[in-house]
Design a protein around this ligand. Structure first.
Ligand code: ADP
Length: 580
């Protein structure tokens, strides 16, 4: 029951009403096809038996009406299928995206983003044929084959049995071949997903590749991957064609055998001429849905191969969840107090600790800085505070309550953050700032921008707050992006503010401006500044120095200088780097 066939079929239950209507439409098409077969059989029998032309005309006229009705129903059915497909894919995509959001950075850091992206876009697309074509068609084949086979069996059991055997073989053969096809299709899909991830990587790193003169090397790497993908594609097509050819053969053999046996039976006097003609036309109608089923099956291979990756994500347990009676209060009044007590943490799939037995406190309204060499564990502290990950040992409390006892939504609503890698979405400057607060008014957005020192450069742009920002803020400088991110954080109006290396990628002028903004903001929050340039945090009340996940020392700038320890070494190292 864990196979993707059943799991996807189970998912189809979420659109069962729509699929039932589609099955009904398909059955109506089959019913008119059967009526058409009878009319053609009687009309043709009438020609041989010398019936009146008006009688023959009557049968053919009804057959023509049947053809027209079938054409209309087929058109309607196809349009309807597109609608259901859109709905099924939207449901599946939103389930996947919601799950990925619930799983959060912890899960995504273990996966290549390009692969997740191809799964959500193309992978879901591939599930469409199985869900909206194969499954309903399979129901129709069972019903129509039983009806037609049963009817023929009632007056010629041999032909009925042969027909049913041919139908069963034609339907079951592709299922038997599936293990081979699935392997080839899975390799094809994985090749595609890797290629997609590589292309996204290369496009996003285009400037770096050019600067490193590595475009040709990367191009060759991409060529090799594309070549490997082409071979997998041919391999998959080969198996897919074998399956098709087998089904085609089965259908042809079934058709000729039934007609052959029926002709013998007529010669032996078991069948009369109209009955033979009915068999002739009905067998064709019986085989038609099976051909359609085969086509739908072919289109479904990829979806079935991709499905296991989709369900792997949907089945992944979410570990960062709300406690049963999660708190939604406790940080609404005044400034919060944050305390880390003996916190140790390792990232998934890592053996070394990112933080080891760390304890420190940030008093209400206090502004502290975290400094240290790269890889020291600074960003990990913000990751833990936002509960992107849970601590392994020890505890983090805000106002005495463990983070894990607050509801995630409440906790995150009380922390505003400026990440070191500012992400701006495609949209206007106002939309990007306003994202922090639902229904933010224009004046509020402008006030936040003013506080973040972003207002002057925004109004200098041609369309001001309505200026479109490219994806990831491509049209803005590093400093401008960060000031927008700070405005966003201010608009959020949360009592805790985290600035993660906000000055790492900006020039001296911008650094100075952001430094003065930090100074102003620090008074309005319990704030934590993850600092890269030590010059920006000289006036901060307390500085914590981290090295390889361990809190080495803390104190004010002057106290730490006097200690002549890790902080002093950092300052000296930075001074040498700046001179160079
Ligand atoms: P800093 O911010 O001081 O540069 P980090 O907190 O980012 O340091 O990293 C601390 C340690 O954790 C480093 O050894 C880093 O390689 C590791 N690390 C950081 N993020 C991840 C992650 N998502 N997955 C695995 N290891 C990580």
């Amino acid at each position: 029951m864990n196979s993707p066939y059943f799991r996807l079929a189970g998912f189809a239950l979420s659109i069962k009403k729509e699929l039932s209507l589609k099955i009904l439409l398909l059955l109506m098409i089959v019913a008119f096809s059967i009526l058409q077969a009878f009319m053609l059989a009687y009309g043709t029998a009438g020609v041989f038996s010398g019936a009146a032309p008006s009688t023959i005309f009557f049968y053919y006229a009804i057959a023509t009406v049947c053809i027209l009705i079938r054409a209309v129903l087929t058109g309607k059915q196809e349009v309807y299928t597109k609608k259901i497909a859109g709905r099924a894919k939207a449901v599946l995509r939103s389930q996947l995206v919601n799950k990925l959001i619930d799983l959060g950075p912890k899960y995504q850091s273990l996966k290549r983003s390009g692969r997740l992206q191809s799964l959500v876009t193309d992978g879901v697309e591939y599930a469409e044929p199985y869900l909206v074509n194969y499954l309903p068609q399979a129901v129709v084949v069972v019903i129509s084959s039983l009806c037609i086979g049963g009817y023929i069996f009632s007056f010629d059991w041999k032909v009925g049995v042969i027909l049913m055997i041919a139908v069963v073989i034609a339907v079951v053969t592709p299922l038997l071949l599936m293990p081979f096809i699935k392997k080839a299709a899975l390799e094809y899909w994985q090749g595609y997903a890797v290629l997609n991830a590589q292309y996204i990587d290369a496009m996003q790193g285009m400037n770096t590749l050019k600067a490193l003169n590595a475009v040709d090397r990367k191009g060759h790497e991409l060529y090799l991957s594309a070549e490997c993908f082409r071979k997998r594609q041919l391999h998959w097509t080969f198996f897919s064609l074998i399956s098709s050819a087998t089904i085609f053969l089965m259908l042809a053999v079934g058709k000729y055998l039934t007609v052959g046996v029926a002709t013998f039976d007529m010669a032996a006097g078991i069948l009369n001429r109209p009955e033979l003609l009915v068999i002739l036309f009905l067998v064709i109608e019986c085989m038609r849905p099976i051909s359609d089923l085969d086509q739908a099956w072919h289109a479904s291979y990829m979806g079935l191969s991709v499905a296991h990756e989709i369900f792997e994500i949907l089945d992944e347990p979410v570990t960062i969840v709300d406690a049963p009676q999660a708190q939604t209060g406790g940080m609404d009044e005044g400034f919060p107090r944050i305390a880390f007590k003996n916190v140790s943490f390792r990232y998934p799939a890592r053996t070394e600790y990112a933080l080891k037995n760390v304890s420190f406190t940030i008093e209400p309204g206090q502004s502290v800085a975290i400094v240290g060499k790269s890889g020291g564990g600074k960003s990990t502290i913000t990751n833990l505070l936002l509960r992107f990950y849970d601590v392994e040992e020890g505890s983090i409390t805000i106002n005495g309550t463990d983070l894990r006892d607050y509801s995630l939504e409440y906790l995150r609503s009380k922390i505003a953050i400026v990440f070191q890698d500012t992400y701006l979405f495609y949209g206007t400057v106002a939309e990007n700032i306003g994202m922090a607060a639902e229904h933010a008014r224009e004046e509020e957005i402008i006030d936040a921008a003013k506080m973040a020192n972003a207002h002057p450069f925004i109004i200098r742009m041609k369309n001001g707050y309505q200026t479109l920002v490219g994806e990831r803020g491509a049209t803005l400088s590093g400093g401008e992006k960060q000031r927008i991110a700070i405005a966003r954080a201010i608009l959020k109006n949360a009592p805790v503010l985290i600035l993660d290396e906000a000055t790492s990628s900006v020039d001296a002028a911008n650094e100075h401006m952001i430094q003065s903004t930090i100074g102003k903001l620090a008074q309005r929050y319990t704030s934590l500044i993850v600092a890269h340039r030590l010059s920006t945090i000289r006036n901060v009340e307390r500085i914590f120095v981290f090295d390889q996940g361990v809190l080495k020392e803390y104190g004010s700038h002057d106290e730490l200088i006097a200690k002549n320890g890790a902080y002093k070494q950092l300052l000296e190292a930075q001074a040498i780097m700046e001179e160079e």
